[in-house]
Design a binder for this molecule. Sequence first.
Ligand SMILES: Cc1ncc(C[n+]2csc(CCOP(=O)(O)OP(=O)(O)O)c2C)c(N)n1
Ligand SMILES: [Mg+2]
Length: 352
Amino acid sequence: MPGRGGLDDDCRSDSPIFPARYLETTTRPMDRILKSTCDLIPAELMQEMLRIRLFEESTLHEFSKGRLSGTTHTCIGQEASAVGVVSALRRSDVVFSNHRGHGHYLAHGGSMHGLAAELMGRRTGVSGGRGGSQHLHFPGFYSNGVQGGIVPCAVGMALAEKYKKSQAIVAVFLGDGTFGEGVVYESFNIASLWRIPVLFVVENNRYAQTTPLLSHFSGDFSLRFKAFRIDVEELDTNDVTIIREAADSITASVRETCEPRAMVLHTYRFSPHSKGDEVRDLAEIEHYRQFDPIILLRSRLSDEEYDLALSTARDEVSRAFGQAELDAWPDPADLLKAREELLNVCGRSFRH
Ligand SMILES: Cc1ncc(C[n+]2csc(CCOP(=O)(O)OP(=O)(O)O)c2C)c(N)n1
Ligand SMILES: [Mg+2]
């Protein structure tokens, strides 16, 4: 992997978080963090972020104890983008997520117990224990670990919603490291050309696995969207209220105009890429901790409100994993049945 995993010198700037060459396109610099006038209820947003944070911390813990199957990618530090955007959607809207999807799933109303059971490979998992962390599905939510693979699916789904005149829109989350996939640009093109009601949400956590942004990405996120005449808003903040405020107006615009829009959210992940593969400079991780979305929102809650949100989230997470561990394993016969169903849907050619 090129680069050493830390901030390069030419990446440092007066902006506390944002690489210098992006400053011109930053519409809301980090100094707006504590100046939001958003009148949303901070306790509710905090509750959602804490559910995700504590769930992800438990996920890493359970993994280290060998109690989870497959792999997993956590989104600790990125809770504001999941909650800020998804809380602006309607339950009837559709969310497409990627390999780092637990936060999007929980924010869109996915069952926490279903997710814990899925990670533990149990029959009660949201995908029957067969999908694992990266393949989550319930009505209105889909995730897949193939980078970029979900983007055309999301555009197609949004086109279907447009034909149905359902008023539903589709939000699809993609990482900075996914901009090397050509199918992403094919999707932008068709979404713009056919006026498809899809919201592209870029979570730039500055790394693709272990490769820093400046080693894998040239140019500018916003200009990539503008090249396809897709309006884009770029936010350099972990303040969930600012993200939510922007998402409110952008999702309303997608719904009203039936046209694609994009949000580019600059954020940072505190947890390793996957389970323990940390290669970043520890000083860099510490630097970004001052922009922890939970700390940023904490001062807007009373102690009582924060304590209640914390204990409620703690209880839910411990119940979710506790119950999942007691749940039954899938029956192998069900696996074969699912395979047959898939073959029936895909046709015989799929058998080979
Ligand atoms: C097509 C494809 N190539 C490679 C991988 C392996 N892989 C998993 S995550 C990842 C990096 C993704 O980076 P980014 O899109 O920035 O998302 P992040 O992990 O930062 O959330 C890679 C290369 C993959 N899942 N799919
Ligand atoms: Mg990334």
